[in-house]
Ligand binder design. Sequence first.
Ligand code: 1GP
Length: 253
Amino acid sequence: MKHIYNDILTSVSGEEKQLAVLIDPDKIKFDKVSSFINKVNISIATHVFVGGSSVDENATGILVEEIKKHTQLPVVLFPGDVTQITGKADAILFLSLISGRNSEYLIGKHIRSISKLKETNLEIISTGYILIENGKETAVERVTGTEPLSRTNIQYIVDTAKAGELLGMKLIYLEAGSGAKLSVSKEIISNVNRALNIPLIVGGGIRSKKQLENAYNAGADLVVIGTVFEEDESFFDELKSPLSGRHFPKGEK
Ligand code: 1GP
């Protein structure tokens, strides 16, 4: 059943904060998947995202199949390319890189994905993907050949997110980039959240419980964390009890 987006909406209106653990198929050892997912299961994580900037063809399908053997959490594709589409997942973030001006990542790859998507039963969730500068070059920049948005031009970031919503996108994802030096600032998150009527995802460079709480308190509805779990699985131990997170109203501007 295709209920993942509705579940996100329900959590947002119930003021529940959500956490996605991002697994990059190129960075996890296959024989470690079950123990890793067991840690995800006893943490506050609500979703498993799977994807990366450059992933070997077929690696995603094999990995998702293995993940699903060990968890009931929804597995959502966060693909860097068409080759990462697999019907073994539950849903896909159908990402359009609206911070960039590379037509391939705005619409081109999407067209080429249709024949593959038609063979799956994936829930397809249209997502406006916005890359924010973080102090060092990210894989997204390199792979897509696009410039991130300046962290200081907050109004432009807000307007980009709002344009995505008005184009009919169902989620906005503010991305600082995997392993970012600077995560997306509280000021950016709160201003974008206030302008939107749709859920807001934030990711990139979040490495501590404090940063996670800050993102929630600024208005992030769903936070994505990858790198810190790859480097130190003991971080899961800090994420076993619910985190505090104030709720900020949407659609104020
Ligand atoms: C990257 O937003 C995600 O696309 C997660 O970033 O790996 O820095 O947690 P990290």
